[in-house]
Structure formats: structure tokens, C-alpha cells
Design a protein around this ligand. Structure first.
Ligand SMILES: [Zn+2]
Length: 232
């Protein structure tokens, strides 16, 4: 039987290149964020002020803006209705801070107008979590006992994680598009500053594309290793 935790040819041909791509995307988002964290905005608005302004302008007075420690830990929490902004974003008046703050606020706007891909994403999170716990054990047990339906269910559960990564893409791209439109339209960033914010958000979006590719590579490897059992 194949030992899925040891590097096989599918690992080397599929998973490893995908993992390297993801690593590169992570490094790129960090360096782009760092670069535009050094450029202060003309308006002098901090990340927190940017988020508050956008929320108020859209009538979302009940969404709070909070500080969260760490780097690139920024997110929108739909259960608490909180935009959480990290150390380099919350109180900083830089192009990177304003761009990221507007992006996270974009998720709050998606939530407020029931943006469908976001709803799908939230709905599949529970089954995705179950899938990530059970898929590999099911595939291995099914394979060892030669019970192919169990292998198939395991691979199907694993594929839910890929679906999750896929649904994440429109949610992330749309949040960035909303952010850049608002920043430019309201004059919170000038045209040139907006180009910088776009670079930061595009670099961030690439990490989600890379995560999807990693997930696809892992799925394909599982299908190639276990999907077609031969009794020889
Ligand atoms: Zn996002």
C-alpha cells in the first residue's frame, strides 16, 4: 500500500510545487505589506478610523472595530459583528493599514447585504471541519480492508476542503474590490495611494489562490494513490 505520509512521486510532482508556491505567496504578501506599511497616507486616517468611517457611511453602526494583537491577524468576525485589526493596521496611518482595514470592512458589508458566496462559505464550515478530521482515517481504513466505498467517502470528504477554498476566492476578491472602490470614491486614498493598496490586497488574494492550488494538489494525490485500487 502507498504510505501517504512518505514522499511519493505524486507528492514530489504535485504537492511539493504547490507548497512552494504557497510559501512564495506568503513571503510576497509579507514583503508587500511591509513596504506599504512604511508609506504614510496624506489623509492621516488610521486603519481603525478608516473602518469606522466606511461602516458608518453604510449605516453599520452596530459593527464594532477592535484591536487584535499579532501580524496579519486582521479579520471580520460575523458572529460577533466585529472588524478586528492587527498591530500594524489598527492605529497606523499607512497605505497598507488603510487597505487592509477597508478589505476587512468589505467583509462586514458583504455580511450586511447577505452576499451569497459568503453565506455558502459559512454554511459549509461545519462539514468542512468534520471532513478534515475524518477523511484521511477513512481513506486509510478503507484501503487497508479493501473496502472501496469507504475510500470514496473519505476522498469526497477531503474534496469539501477544496470546495471551501474555492468558495473563499469570490469572497476575498469581492471584499478587496469593495475596499478599493470605496477608498478611491471617498478620497480616503489618492489615486497613487490606491495603487499601493491594490498591490497589498492583490498579494493577499494570491495567498488564497495558492491555498486552493495546495488543496487541489493534495486531493489529486489522494485520488491517484487510493482512488483506483488494483488487487495485484
Ligand atoms: Zn478577507
Amino acid at each position: 500500500m502507498p504510505f501517504f505520509w512518505l514522499p511519493d512521486k505524486y507528492y514530489i510532482l504535485l504537492v511539493l510545487p504547490a507548497a512552494l508556491l504557497a510559501l512564495w505567496a506568503q513571503m510576497r504578501v509579507k514583503s508587500t505589506f511591509a513596504r506599504y506599511s512604511r508609506e504614510r497616507t496624506y489623509s492621516g486616517l488610521t486603519g481603525a478610523e478608516t473602518a469606522r468611517r466606511i461602516l458608518d457611511a453604510n449605516g453599520l453602526y452596530d459593527v464594532r472595530v477592535e484591536h487584535i494583537s499579532g501580524q496579519l491577524t486582521d479579520h471580520y468576525d460575523p458572529t460577533q459583528k466585529v472588524v478586528r485589526l492587527s498591530d500594524d493596521v489598527y492605529g497606523r496611518a499607512t497605505i497598507a493599514a488603510v487597505g487592509v482595514a477597508a478589505h476587512e470592512t468589505g467583509h462586514a458589508l458583504q455580511h450586511a447585504d447577505s452576499y451569497v458566496p459568503m453565506q455558502i462559505r459559512s454554511a459549509i464550515i461545519p462539514i468542512t471541519n468534520i471532513g478534515s478530521q475524518l477523511s484521511i482515517p477513512m481513506i486509510l481504513i478503507g484501503y487497508i480492508f479493501g473496502f472501496q466505498p469507504l475510500v470514496a467517502i473519505g476522498i469526497l470528504l477531503f474534496s469539501l476542503m477544496t470546495v471551501f477554498q474555492l468558495v473563499t476566492l469570490p469572497v476575498e476578491f469581492n471584499a478587496s474590490r469593495r475596499a478599493l472602490t470605496i477608498l478611491e470614491g471617498t478620497g480616503m486614498l489618492s489615486g497613487q495611494e490606491n495603487a499601493g493598496a491594490r498591490k497589498v490586497l492583490t498579494a493577499a488574494a494570491l495567498t488564497y489562490v495558492a491555498a486552493l492550488i495546495v488543496s487541489l494538489a493534495n486531493l489529486l494525490r489522494l485520488i491517484l494513490l487510493f482512488g483506483n485500487r488494483r488487487d495485484d
